[in-house]
Design a protein around this ligand. Structure first.
Ligand SMILES: [Zn+2]
Length: 361
């Protein structure tokens, strides 16, 4: 067998092996999350931060152009030689390319899906919260929004949350409070070629797992940006799980200034609202003052204007499949699970999460 074919077989085999037999969470926690990953993140994110464009755009265009050129060449060669061999070679190359990308995904970020859950480090009561507790959290969000609205609007929102020293240091403090880690570097919020897709599917943002950079919906309103930034930074910090990323992002915003706190309570209000029935939602809406209500309506209008419902549904179904392929059994329902996490985790005053005491020896 030619050496090149053997090498290609090894790459494909390694990818299949990694997908079929994922490493145990405790192992991932030790050698990846607390091992090589923080170094990778602290090297890659600053590089991306220095560039005004998204690395993912570069990657997407390069991959498309390379595939198009290779496909055209293979078709021409097959026609000339009147044999299917060049096409089979193309399929092999594409499969190898896909396998190499998958391995790069795992090594640069994807293994974070296999980490131990945050419940392993924090005191979290088992089971779900009562319906009354969920409503109560929504009412708390409403009263926080009412109290913070004037101050937050007067202070205003930074166009660049990643240059906000208060939010940056809050993000560091929260990471340290949650685990003995090297804190992650915050990423700048970037626009990308995927911007219109985010608009049509009402996605607020995502990270590029190959460049460890943050890509956001171009239509986000100023008061949405701090929480979206902190949520995506939590992904950069290795919290792959959506509920955990929202939990960490929410805590980071609460530890920052009034505009960031307002942004976090606004996001949580949406999240809680999605868990309630019509009469409970009406109760929540009644508790809101005019200011926060206008802001929530502005968010709803932004989503309504941008989204294409059929594409949104297809996009979220695809993301659900992607999460399940990465062994997140609940799929996109993990978003709502942040409400459970907030209600079941134990906090000291000032929303300080209580760590579990490790038994040694
Ligand atoms: Zn997320």
């Amino acid at each position: 067998m030619p050496r090149a074919v053997l090498a290609e077989g090894c790459v494909i085999g390694a990818a299949i092996g990694a997908a079929a037999i994922p490493p145990a969470p405790a192992l991932v926690e030790a050698w990846f999350a607390a091992g090589i990953y923080p170094g990778i993140q602290r090297a890659l994110t600053p590089v991306s931060n220095a560039l005004p464009f998204a690395l993912l755009d570069l990657l997407l265009v390069a991959a498309l152009v390379a595939t198009a050129i290779a496909s055209a060449g293979a078709v021409r060669a097959a026609r000339r030689a009147r044999t299917a061999a060049p096409l089979l070679r193309l399929v092999r190359h594409l499969a190898t390319g896909g396998a190499a990308l998958y391995l790069a995904f795992l090594l640069l970020w994807g293994f974070n899906y296999r980490r131990l859950p945050i419940e392993d480090r924090l005191v979290v009561e088992p089971g779900g919260p009562s319906a009354a507790a969920v409503v109560q959290l929504g009412l708390t969000a409403a009263s926080e929004l009412n109290a913070l609205h004037t101050g937050a609007h007067r202070a205003g929102w930074r166009e660049r949350p990643w240059e906000d020293p208060t939010l940056r240091s809050a993000f560091v403090r929260v990471q340290r409070a949650l685990g003995d880690v090297t804190p992650a570097t915050p990423g700048r919020l970037k626009r990308s070629l995927l911007g219109p897709y985010f608009r049509w599917t009402s996605v607020d943002g995502m990270i590029n797992p190959f460049g460890l950079e943050v890509l956001v919906n171009p239509d986000l309103l100023p008061f949405e940006r701090p929480f979206v930034a902190a949520h995506e930074w939590a992904h950069l910090a290795g919290y792959a799980d959506e509920a955990e990323a929202s939990f960490v992002g929410w805590l980071a915003c609460l530890a920052a200034d009034a505009p960031a706190r307002y942004s976090a309570w606004l996001a949580l209000y949406w999240q809680v609202r999605a868990e309630l029935n019509d009469s409970e939602r009406a109760r929540l809406a009644d508790a809101l003052a005019a200011g926060p209500r206008d802001d929530l309506e502005a968010v709803a209008a932004r989503v309504r204007q941008g989204e294409w419902p059929w594409l949104r549904d297809a996009g979220w179904r695809a993301y659900d499949q992607y999460l399940k392929a990465n062994r997140v059994e609940e799929g996109v329902r993990r978003y709502g699970a942040v409400v459970t996490l907030i209600l079941r985790a134990r906090f000291d005053p000032g929303w300080q999460p209580v760590r579990r005491v490790r038994r040694r020896g």
